[in-house]
Design a protein. Structure first.
Length: 755
């Protein structure tokens, strides 16, 4: 049976030596360790000194100490007293605290109830059992002064695609609170399922909460296959109240998300009259974005959503209600007479303004109940409601725009904090949405963009990691994606940027592995994995650097063309001058600990040669053009760092082979993911030159390929050339009927192998 995270906090340290280190997570503002320990028995007493805490707050604090082990919270003459005091003037926020452990006892001062709670969490992280029988306890003499960097420290879980029980959610809330995360964003409705009881609309529970079957495998794998099993469920309002009340005892605010105007297919399956066409609709069975959205022209739509929010809002005492606003395809609005009439009557210039009208009407409803809205950054389209908070997910631009306009923003860019992405490039990783978000990538993210002034930066109120559940078919898989990456989120949300250190963080994460083990958490142990980077010298040579997240481990490697099959100790960059397979692994002493890492490097005339970029690249794909000749082919994990890409424009590059060579062929690779706005080029040109001035065309064609990673291999008449130019013509405008229709298409290319 899983134990409370707070119970485990007493059990994880068995060595007094470890207590000399600051293993608190997140790292506090100030930590001072003094010689000595405080020893006490099986009971403690919480003594409230000159405080004005409510009886509810006192109960919450008492419940911070577990009752199911020998250490008890009770008034006892032999108990060690923990003195708790409010100090509302001593801290910037109610979450600030001071923890002092000395010979004369234990004291915690808090800026409010939250500060006292977080002080207790830090105390629990520091406490040590004297022996395995827990007959007594030790605390190091310390002083900790601490306050959070951000007021909003969030974790989002999508329960629409896959459903998680209330007891599972409570277990995760225990852990979030232990590491001082204070917001749980509960994504309750989407195309694939409606998960909250609405008494006025019972068909939401009967129809919208279920889908007739579920996609097997990844959505990019065509043709789609399904399991044939009805799937679904919902939370009753009583269960919602139960979870919200439980979260309150952990100083966690629960924010519900009711999606609108898009991601509405499940609701439309139950109430088809709310759509533009009147249906029929069915709850979506596979993942993606659908053009079946709420009709913005019918008053019935707004009445339905107002009724829904009128039942939802009283269940959540926090200040915010999330109303979505993302990925609303407007195809149906463009041809819907109701929507077009609305645009005419309200003098709206386009469908983007219609979305703004929709969101502002719903913001008024939320405001009437004394709440504020949060929406994904698409709510900026067409204009923003007066007091709306923007959750910036497509990048940082939405948050920057909001902050500059005086609106609060929460940074949640998919590039850095999406936990449904792969956390390792190892082939053994379980199926995930796509992309690559390592522990280090999250940890090194700074939620304050450098482009903001100090006053503008005040509007960045926090940061959030998101776990979408399309591929989370079990509780274990959800935990695998959450942990330990959510600990990196906890630290970047709490700890000042200048105090972060990734290597020290790695040590502290490993310190908590026994805690996660004892709590029954199925976490990802990726710290021992080998990571590589490949550099080209411009003269035909490659060098490979290896590292692991845990610097205490030794890396050993072997190369397939080497004389010996033995592993060699890695001491520095490995030179490579021919095609090979490099195999590496981490060791602790003579024991292998990490997963086997393999890297295939492919040599051709262009490998290691310089590349000049003749066109603009963008976003995550504005990388060093040398990735096109580094011998390392990109994977279908589109943000693995290997892909060069343009948004809406063509790509043109020139490879310098170093000397005149006979060339007769080229192989390259593209990503073809319409669901990710990534399209094959409509034309592909190859030109050659001996002097870099006069070019002759040698090939023109159109790449073809199935959905996914596409290899394009061409042959042409042999010619003498030193310079090879390629032009890839972008689809430019995404066709109607596809995700992002009318917007800019991405063109992604990797590795130019010239023969």
């Amino acid at each position: 049976m899983k134990k409370s995270i707070l119970i485990i906090g007493f059990l994880i340290i068995t060595s007094v030596v470890l207590a000399q280190q600051n293993h608190l997570l997140p790292k506090p503002t100030h930590y001072a360790r003094h010689n000595g320990h405080l020893r006490f028995g099986k009971t403690i007493a919480l003594q409230y000194v000159a405080t004005d805490l409510s009886s509810e707050a006192v109960t919450h604090l008492k419940n911070s100490i577990p009752k199911s082990i020998d250490l008890k919270v009770q008034d006892d003459a032999d108990a060690q007293i923990i003195r708790l005091s409010l100090d509302t003037n001593g801290f910037k926020t109610s979450e600030g605290y001071r923890l002092a452990v000395a010979e004369d006892g234990i004291a915690i001062y808090g800026g409010g109830e939250a500060g006292l709670f977080y002080g207790l969490q830090s105390l629990l992280q520091l406490i040590e059992p004297v022996d395995s029988a827990n007959t007594a306890w030790l605390l190091p003499y310390v002083r900790v002064d601490d306050e959070p960097r951000f007021q909003y420290r969030g974790a989002m879980l999508d329960v629409s695609r896959h459903f998680f029980r209330i007891d599972q959610l409570k277990h995760w809330l225990d852990i979030l609170a232990y590491f001082k995360i204070n917001t749980f964003h509960w994504h309750l409705t989407d195309d694939q399922g409606w998960r909250i009881e609405i008494k006025k609309y019972p068909e939401l529970q009967k129809v919208a909460a279920f889908r007739k079957e579920t996609l097997i495998g990844h959505k990019k794998e065509l043709p789609h296959r399904f399991d044939g099993q009805r799937y679904g469920g919902h939370y009753t309002q009583a269960q919602v109240k139960e979870l919200v009340a439980y979260a309150r005892t952990k100083q966690i605010t629960v924010i519900p998300e009711i999606e609108m105007p898009g991601h509405a297919r499940a609701a439309l399956a139950a109430y088809p009259q709310l759509g533009c066409t009147g249906g029929p609709y069915e709850t979506a069975m596979f993942w993606g974005i659908f053009d079946d959205v709420y009709c913005a022209g019918k008053e019935e739509t707004f009445q339905f959503l107002e009724d829904v929010l009128s039942e939802v809002i009283p269940l959540f005492p926090g200040p915010y209600i999330h109303i979505g606003g993302d990925e609303c395809l407007k195809d149906k609005w463009r041809v819907c007479p109701h929507c077009q009439a609305r645009m005419h009557d309200e003098h709206l210039p386009d469908e983007f303004a219609l979305q703004s009208y929709f969101m502002q009407r719903m913001a008024t409803v939320v405001n009437r109940h004394g709440k504020r809205i949060i929406g994904w950054d698409e709510i900026l389209e067409g204009g923003l409601a007066t007091d709306a908070t923007v959750m910036s997910w497509t990048g940082e631009e939405g948050g920057i725009h909001a902050a500059k306009a005086g609106h609060d923003a929460i940074m949640s860019p998919e590039k850095y904090v999406y936990l449904d992405y792969y956390q390792s490039l190892a082939t053994e990783e379980p199926l995930a949405a796509g992309g690559y978000t390592s522990l280090e990538k999250i940890y090194t993210y700074d939620p304050i963009p450098a482009s903001l002034t100090a006053d503008e930066a005040k509007h960045i109120i926090g940061v959030q990691a998101n776990l979408w559940s399309e591929y989370l078919t079990s509780n274990d898989q959800a935990e695998y994606m959450l942990f330990p990456r959510i600990l990196a989120l906890a630290e970047i949300a709490w700890t000042a940027a200048g105090k972060k250190d990734f290597n020290a963080f790695v040590n502290r994460v490993q310190h908590y592995y026994p805690l996660l083990d004892a709590a029954g958490i199925h976490y990802a142990d990726v710290l021992a994995d080998v990571q590589d980077s490949v550099a080209a010298d411009g003269k035909g040579m490659l060098s490979v650097r290896l590292k692991s997240a845990d610097p205490a481990l030794q890396i050993r490697y072997r190369v397939s063309h080497a004389d010996s099959e033995d592993f060699l100790p890695y001491t520095g960059p490995i030179p490579v001058s021919q095609s090979c397979t490099l195999v590496a692994q981490t060791f602790r002493g003579d024991k292998p600990v990490g997963r086997l890492h393999m890297r295939n490097l492919h040599y051709s005339l262009s490998t290691g040669r310089p590349v000049s970029l003749q066109s603009a690249t963008a976003g995550n794909y504005a990388v060093n053009p040398q990735v096109l000749t580094d011998g390392k082919r990109g994977t279908n994990r589109y943000n693995d760092g290997s892909w060069l890409g343009a948004s809406g424009n063509d790509l043109e590059v020139v490879v310098d082979l170093g000397s005149v060579q006979t060339v007769s062929g080229l192989e390259t690779h593209f990503l073809n993911y319409a669901w990710q706005k990534m399209w094959l080029p409509t034309k592909f040109h190859i030109l050659t030159s001996s002097d870099g001035a006069a070019y002759q065309p040698v090939f023109e064609g159109q790449p073809q390929g199935a959905n996914g990673l596409c290899t394009f291999n061409v042959r042409f008449n042999a010619s003498k050339a030193r310079f090879v130019k390629i032009k890839a013509i972008n689809t430019a405008k995404i066709p109607d009927g596809y995700y992002g229709a009318g917007g800019k298409a991405w063109l992604l290319i990797d590795e130019l192998s010239i023969f």
